[in-house]
Design a protein around this ligand. Structure first.
Ligand code: GAP
Length: 464
């Protein structure tokens, strides 16, 4: 059973060092989180899985890692300066600020119940900044609200240096920033987050076919990381709710503890962005409405085999890393009754166990090596050497676990999703064997140290 309440995930994340409130020692900043020792591993494994499936395993996608800051003109042309707004209201009594489109009753303050609310106004969500030492209008820049615009600005660079022709894509994983009116639901809605975005450039007219293709591809990926289709609702976004650049968008809405909510958007952005960033737009025969007068010095076009220039359409699957992490953890979260003989004699707390049944390739720790006694130098030496040998396999993090007794170590590694524990005991010193303990089944088996590396390699090859 996944978590029934967000507080179960929040508590696990704080207790075990996945996620911390940012600037906590100064009271914290709402909507900002830091990822601890286990959180950073899980996040990296999620991103690596996305990159593998979207770049390495394909022959039609290139990668990019661009700047996070962009000049004001970028976001004027992209439409974000004018339209990336949420409706903001403020309570005259308690000064609480709210997003009217998310309020159950937009006439009543969610904080104090007062009906004295200001008329809603458009609030632009971009973080504005002064770039460089001069303070004038030419130095205004923004933290990017999506990674996409820098992909569009690099379209021609990638095209020219890789000899690509549509259909092909450019993928990027990186930070994005939005000054959300209300940050809520833990890491679901935050002001600094990471996006995993693909801009897939296609020949106009083939866009609808590719849109359907990417919807299916993305559902397959979600399934591969442990988020089943049955938990994802596909919202064919109504015309009135589409983003300013979109002809059609499929939102994938995962069943979070707080309800179904967007984990990924798959949009048909038409020729809107490349068209807007191109010079001499009037010559380009664009289908999308454009912001004229760009200062761009480049035409962002591709060529047909006959040498005719055209602006490709774009299909964009875009997922948030934090929302993905929350969905993955929620699916993996289980509370189970614990058999009495596991580890030590059961006490009141250990009658149930929390276990994070993550896919092995996503687990923050691939194996924990546990010496049965810390005060025996020979045991510690053998455990340390075993850890070093396994670490060299390149599977990910192997941890030498030296806290608590073996029963507590098993509980801890169940909670953080470690698929295998390797226990080094007195018998190991005599006959060179160790115990392997499996997270999901709690089954144990005895194996020789010589066999251990091949065993782990086989386990992670099969398990992903
Ligand atoms: N380039 C397209 C784009 O940015 P979006 O639907 O606004 O589209 C894409 O965002 C994804 O980014 C969302 O599906 C979500 O996973 C993530 N995301 C957006 N705003 C977020 C926020 N405030 N906090 C966390 N993740 C967010």
């Amino acid at each position: 059973m996944p978590a029934t309440d967000m507080s179960q995930l929040v508590s696990l994340c704080q207790r075990r060092g996945f996620i911390f409130q940012s600037a906590e020692i100064y009271g914290g900043m709402k909507g900002l989180y830091d990822f601890g020792p286990l959180g950073v591993e899980l996040k990296n494994n999620i991103k690596a899985s996305w990159w593998r499936s979207m770049v390495h395993e394909r022959d039609d996608v290139e990668g990019l890692d661009s700047a996070i800051i962009g000049p004001a003109v970028t976001f004027k042309q992209s439409g974000h300066a004018d339209t990336f707004n949420d409706p903001l209201t403020e309570c005259k009594k308690c000064k609480a600020r709210m997003r009217t489109d998310k309020m159950a009753d937009p006439t009543v303050c969610e904080s104090c119940g007062s009906k004295e609310l200001m008329a809603p106004r458009a609030f632009n969500m971009m973080f504005k900044m002064q770039y460089g030492p001069t303070e004038d209008s030419s130095s205004v820049a923004y933290l990017r609200p999506e990674t996409a615009q820098h992909i569009f600005m690099n379209f021609k660079n990638v095209l020219d240096t890789t000899n690509r022709r549509p259909p092909f894509g450019i993928a990027q994983i990186g930070k994005a920033y939005r000054n959300e009116i209300i940050a809520r639901n833990f890491i679901f809605r935050v002001r600094e987050f990471e996006q995993m975005e693909l801009e897939f450039f296609v020949v106009p007219g083939e866009d609808e076919k590719w849109h359907e293709y990417w919807l299916e591809e993305r559902l397959k990926w979600w399934e591969s990381i442990g988020v089943p289709r049955s938990k994802i609702k596909i919202n064919d976004v109504p015309k009135a709710d589409l983003a300013h650049y979109s002809k059609r968008t499929f939102d994938l809405e995962y069943e979070y503890p707080h309800g179904h909510d967007e984990v990924e958007g798959i949009a048909n952005r038409t020729d809107y962005d490349l068209g807007n960033h191109s010079k001499n737009q009037s010559e380009l025969n664009l289908t999308a409405k454009v912001h004229p007068n760009t200062a761009s010095n480049t035409k962002l076009t591709a060529q047909t085999l006959e040498g005719k220039h055209y602006v490709p359409f774009v299909i964009e699957p875009s997922a948030g890393v934090e929302r993905c992490m929350l969905a993955v953890m929620n699916e993996a979260y289980h509370e189970e009754p614990l058999p009495a003989k596991e580890g030590q004699a059961p006490d009141a707390q250990s009658e149930t166990r929390i276990v994070l049944k993550l896919k092995p390739f996503l687990a923050p720790i691939k194996a924990a090596v546990i010496p049965l006694a810390r005060n025996k130098p020979e045991l510690m030496a053998l455990a340390t050497q075993t850890k070093a040998t396994l670490q060299k396999l390149g599977l990910g993090r192997i941890l030498l676990e030296t806290s608590g007794n073996v029963g507590k170590a098993y509980r801890k590694h169940d909670e953080v999703g470690t698929p295998l524990c390797v226990t080094v005991d007195f018998q190991s010193l005599e006959d060179g064997t160790v115990t392997i303990r499996h997270r999901d089944t709690m089954q144990q088996e005895r194996l020789s140290l010589a066999e251990l590396p091949a065993y782990l390699q086989g386990f992670y090859r099969v398990g992903g």
